[in-house]
Design a protein around this ligand. Sequence first.
Ligand SMILES: Cc1cc2nc3c(=O)[nH]c(=O)nc-3n(C[C@H](O)[C@H](O)[C@H](O)COP(=O)(O)O)c2cc1C
Length: 123
Amino acid sequence: MNLSEIKKNAREKMKGYCRVCKVCDGVACAGEVPGMGGAGTGASFRANVEALAKVKLNMRTLHGAKDPDISTELFGKKLSMPILAAPITGSDYNMGGAVPEEEFIKMVISGSKAAGTLGMCGD
Ligand SMILES: Cc1cc2nc3c(=O)[nH]c(=O)nc-3n(C[C@H](O)[C@H](O)[C@H](O)COP(=O)(O)O)c2cc1C
């Protein structure tokens, strides 16, 4: 399955809860809680997306870092990158329930592990 098929599938499964926008920036879903939008005006969600977009990578031809290492250590565990999967819960009331909570959490945790980092489950 390619990415556009995955997104089409997700749009059907999450209909009414998440639009699976081309760019996930918290604009279309602002304030849609329960759901995938940011609470209130959704301003924090958008501010975080804008802050992340400010991080740019220089082309390899412009620097001498031939073997960059972005691994880090957290709770005594080596991680491949300083990124964790956020805790997200409520597959029923936030996502429409097409994927059961247990299956959703297993995917987040196993995907994070496969990427060499940690995933969190919601509370
Ligand atoms: C649908 C949904 C469910 C969430 N469930 C939890 C949760 O159970 N526990 C928690 O600590 N945070 C939860 N969060 C918050 C996210 O982990 C948080 O939004 C994420 O870390 C990004 O940080 P930010 O909201 O500051 O941008 C949830 C967020 C969403 C969108």
